[in-house]
Write a protein that binds this ligand. Sequence first.
Ligand SMILES: Cc1cc2nc3c(=O)[nH]c(=O)nc-3n(C[C@H](O)[C@H](O)[C@H](O)COP(=O)(O)O)c2cc1C
Length: 426
Amino acid sequence: MPSSTTSTEHTLSLTKLLASVSLSSTMSTYPKHEDQYYTPQTASVGSFAAHDGPEAEAEAPKIPLAFQPLTIKNLTLPNRILVSPMCTYSAKNGFPSDYHFVHYGSFAMHGAGLVMIEATGVQATGRISPADLGIWADEHAIGYKRIVDFVHNHTGKIGIQLSHAGRKASVDGWYNKSDPSEFWKDNVVGPTGGFQWDESHVVPREISVDEIQQVVKDFGAAARRADAAGFDVVEIQGAHGYLLHAFLSPYSNKRTDKYGGSVENRARFLLEVVAEVRANFSSEKPIFVRLSATDFMEHVDDQASLNIEMTVEICKLLRDAGVDLIDVSAGGNSPLQKIAVSPGYQVGYAERIKKEVPGVLVGSVGLIVDGPQANKILESGQADVVSAGRPFLRNPNFVEIAAKELGIRPKYITQNEVAHASRRRR
Ligand SMILES: Cc1cc2nc3c(=O)[nH]c(=O)nc-3n(C[C@H](O)[C@H](O)[C@H](O)COP(=O)(O)O)c2cc1C
């Protein structure tokens, strides 16, 4: 943005750009979204509709908490089972395509409490791989608006995870090998220079204070674009060893300036990002932050690492900065991590934060695989929402299956109700 352009003028030109697009700028006769979708929904898809089976006969049986709505600022989720952000390594130059439209749209059509778009680069060099999604230019917002409009037309809610990959940038996606010319191996940054994630990653250089300020601004610009595209939530990626997590952890952050040392100093960058995102995202809409509660490196005696005690302190700072929900994950900052993987293996961290940091909502994620498990986590007060990743990849209708397991019927998309009716109309 030229320095003479004010943020308001820029938002107006972005809004104009988005308004000028029906569905594709190359197809001027294509109908606008409001003229093409038939969305006769009588209630929010994915909300509680009725008890099923023997429960239906009981007198006013309780609605499982997983299917009770949750209001966060101006956002009301139809249920508390959310799609966890998952990279799909399927973009070119950061642009969402028809693949992303169908992939994310299908979760909304099947009642996800919230669809969360994968880690999306706020800078081109902040992507993990050249095939990541991006939101570093206004033009990116057009494709997101199309997905958001579709989800909203089907009563769904949708967020986007804003990310900078830091020292985990410029590698191939898991299954998508990019041309060598597409990488930026000489421009990978971390809190501390020379501190490679592992041998398969680039050796980063130390990010300068000016560059930190640019990343902060770019998170803000990305939030403004997300707002203009109509997203209900933005989530800041502060987990899994990416740039902001690498600053939070004393294992990867050895700086001696105001961004290193104490917990407050290590959290400074994240807090500056939160303030900039908050200033650029409509104040009535919520902001989430994903954290890794621990580096899973407690067994490494000679290296300080991020642990749950530090994370509790960071969560208090985030709450006071106006963050609405902490999405509690773990790990990803070092190949030295040791993870005892079992069902709900990260729930204890969410529970601890919920107990010790009142005043902020808490989400849990990680091997939460069915409705009863999800509902138990919520009803026992360990978390306010749960997210699932791979279960949604196995079944985009994971929420519908969870409902069935809990003995209830959710509101299905009207076009599909016929398949779930107890008696078929002739
Ligand atoms: C293919 C894949 C891509 C992922 N990409 C992201 C991502 O973009 N951002 C993020 O915070 N976590 C990402 N994750 C982690 C998931 O969001 C989730 O936390 C993790 O898979 C554990 O949940 P699950 O057991 O329900 O899959 C990814 C996981 C998978 C399997």
